[in-house]
Write a protein that binds this ligand. Structure first.
Ligand code: FEO
Ligand code: CA
Ligand code: CA
Length: 685
């Protein structure tokens, strides 16, 4: 979630050892050398052993068989820009030799059903349903040709700013209830995902209006359910009595994509959109369904004469009918998932992949692929003291599936059946993935079968099941990213100011205001991993116990959030910071680093420290008030796309680095920013 909408409630009431305590113990003896690299390198490159044998083959009696070139274990990328200073303006900041332009801001029409965006907030719900949504977040670029000048941008819209969305904010009646139907519909339509056809014309990406690929998924779009909960009684509603469908996707924060060309959008802070005014179920209590009101009051016009198909009533999940088929007690059960979208098939429905768990999903990333091996997806639960999960497919990867045109059928194959695990971090730099299955062992020596009667029941209350097996509570897991060279997985832990439970008083991160990035390598068994901490956020003038990574004014950051590797092995780190020690120095930003090249003489991966911190470079700073989130890059690396969410007084013009003049106020618009080199070359190097 954005810091602007973060729910500070601690929903996890379990007594599992917080990650803080584990980290404290680890920190006290860490040596900044990563364990398990050799293991990772071997497992990351399936052909490694074979190709080495082939090239060393001295048996001349048989013809040499062509071998696959050995995959490199290090990136060759070298960051080719100077780290830029912090910035506190109504403008973006970029390195010399680069340009940044605004693309597809909130309200950009996608087709002729939408009127042009109006700067007085008066566009209708129908306009919004046919225009780019609000508060851009996760994003991915899907090419349409090999020339790198045509493609589809999928963009998440996490939440809304009601005051910017409407002329003068939301309208209430004298009872404090929402009173204008079109306003609520507009809000629902400003959520979800946009699929936008873009083309590169004269060095500028432009939205292609009325393109047949353009489409919107909103908070009301009908979606199919896949995996253990599909067709279960848990999803039975008056709208979908057979439990096969759910309506809408909400609070789409981080994203992912699949090896077969589909987009994954992640439902994060959705529980607050629903209210149960009666007695919460255990599962609803654990995840945090509201008890007083819905987030934006979308249920207030339930029963209105103009309501269509219970479009507002469904947000009130209080049991009211004689059975689940007569009310919406199960409506929220259709939310909290990874949702798969095939952007290349404009008539396809989105599918909610329930097998990957139900919680406040931040992002979703797949592990390094190996032919003939299962696919792993990682996803964090962004709330204080929540957990990190992975899903391992039953089906093994067949590279031919990358070229299938039945992409959602391929999704069925890899994402509907498999094993969901939750992470337990141990003090000595190793960890264990604990299966969330009926035979998963609980901390009291029993199994999850004692508490759940089906896998669907486990999925419905994923976090509750994770409590029982003894998962490690973390400092708000946000995005994960996988190094394409080493297979190492990186995860942002954005912050946790409630960290008071450390038993190590010497540990400087007791109150984790600045966050950190952890990483791990999978072990030989699906249940093993090894981990260390890659970098700690900090102000540059933090004391030695705070600035553990030796950050300077040129790379100080806090609250890492968005995270992505590009195929060159460059790791892009985005921030959503609220810590004043850093916000007084710079707005939110995007930094870059090439982790796989940071190795010692023995090839061990290093973490960021005072000795090497110049490797971490600030590439981009957003305008005042914003969060920088969402990363996409064209296959030729000549354009990076990054999103600006909730700016306060931006954009002033199409030129993203043109500051809004002093004294001028604009209606703020979240937008994608396209960043290109002036010479048209590859960005970042
Ligand atoms: Fe939507 Fe956890 O950031
Ligand atoms: Ca985020
Ligand atoms: Ca965040």
């Amino acid at each position: 979630m954005s810091k602007a909408t973060f729910n500070p409630t601690r929903f996890n009431k379990s007594k599992n050892t917080p990650f803080n305590e584990v980290m404290d113990a680890h920190l006290s003896r860490r040596n900044f050398v990563k364990r398990g690299l050799g293991l990772s390198a071997m497992t990351a490159f399936g052909g490694f052993g074979l190709s080495a044998c082939g090239s060393d083959n001295d048996d001349n009696s048989t013809p040499e068989t062509p071998t696959t070139p050995e995959a490199p274990t290090q990136s060759s990328a070298v960051l080719g820009f100077e780290s830029i200073p912090g910035s506190l303006t109504d403008s973006v900041a970029i390195p010399a030799g680069y340009s940044a332009y605004v693309l597809a801001p909130w309200g950009t029409p996608l087709n002729s059903k939408a009127a042009a965006w109006k700067d007085d907030g008066s566009n209708t719900a129908e306009d919004q349903a046919n225009s780019v949504g609000m508060h851009h977040d996760g994003m991915h670029f899907f090419p349409l040709n090999d020339a790198g000048d045509d493609g589809l941008l999928c963009i998440n819209h996490e939440y809304i700013d009601q005051s910017a969305l409407h002329p003068t904010g939301p309208t209430y009646d004298t009872d404090g209830k929402r009173s204008v139907i079109d306003e609520i519909r507009k809000e629902i339509n400003a959520h979800g995902v946009s699929v936008v056809r873009i083309k590169l014309e004269s060095g500028m990406w432009e939205v292609v209006e009325n393109d047949s690929y353009n489409r919107r998924f909103t908070g009301a779009t009908v979606m199919d359910m896949g995996g253990p909960l599909a067709y279960s009684s848990y999803l039975e509603t008056r709208y979908s009595p057979d439990g096969s469908q759910a309506r809408g996707t909400l609070n789409n924060c981080g994203n992912g994509y699949t090896p077969w060309g589909t987009y994954l959008t992640c439902e994060e802070n959705w529980p607050g959109y629903f209210v149960n005014k009666g007695t919460l179920t255990d599962e609803q209590t654990r995840i945090g369904i509201s008890t007083s009101d819905t987030r934006y009051g979308w249920d207030h016009l339930a029963g209105d004469d103009d309501e269509r198909l219970d479009e507002f009533a469904r947000f009130d999940v209080t049991p009211s009918g004689s059975s689940a088929a007569n009310d919406y007690r199960n409506e929220a059960n259709g939310h909290g998932y990874i949702v798969e979208i095939d952007p290349y098939s404009p008539n396809s429905r989105a599918v909610k992949r329930t097998a990957l768990g139900r919680f406040r999903h931040e992002g979703c990333v797949f592990g390094k692929l190996e032919e003939g091996k299962p696919i792993t997806f990682y996803s964090g639960h962004d709330s204080r003291f929540e957990y990190l999960y992975k899903f391992v497919s039953d089906a093994v990867w067949d590279a031919a599936d990358a070229n299938s045109t039945n992409r959602l059928t391929v999704g069925d194959k890899y994402m509907n059946a498999g094993t969901l695990y939750v992470a337990k971090f141990s003090e000595d730099g190793v960890g264990e993935w604990l299966p969330l299955t009926l035979d998963g062992v609980t901390t009291d020596g029993s199994t999850l079968a004692s508490s759940f009667d089906s896998q669907a029941a486990i999925i419905l209350n994923t976090a509750g099941a994770a409590d029982l097996v003894g998962a490690t509570p973390m400092d708000r897991p946000e995005w994960a990213a996988v190094d394409p060279f080493t297979g190492t997985v990186y995860l942002t832990l954005t912050n946790n100011s409630q960290r008071t439970d450390s038993t190590n008083p010497a540990n400087p991160r007791l109150n984790n205001n600045f966050g950190h990035i952890i990483r791990w390598d999978e072990g030989d068994a699906a249940t093993e991993f090894s981990w260390d901490i890659f970098v700690f956020g900090s102000p540059d003038d933090g004391d030695a116990d705070t600035n553990l990574s030796g950050l300077t004014d040129l790379n100080q950051f806090a609250s890492p959030d968005g995270l992505a590797f590009d195929a060159r092995g460059i790791l892009w780190v985005q921030t959503d910071n609220g810590a004043s020690e850093v916000t007084e120095e710079t707005n939110d930003q995007m930094l870059a680093i090439v982790p796989s090249t940071m190795v010692d003489a023995d090839g061990n991966q290093q973490v960021v420290s005072a000795d090497n911190q110049t490797q971490l470079k600030r590439f981009f700073v957003g305008p005042n008030g914003c969060e920088v989130t969402g990363f996409a890059i064209t296959p030729d690396y000549t354009t990076i796309f990054a999103n600006i969410q909730h700016p306060s007084n931006w954009p002033y013009s199409d030129k993203a680095d043109e500051a809004t003049p002093a004294g001028v106020t604009v209606r703020p618009r979240a937008a994608t920013v396209m960043i290109r080199k002036d010479d048209g070359g590859a960005v970042g190097v």
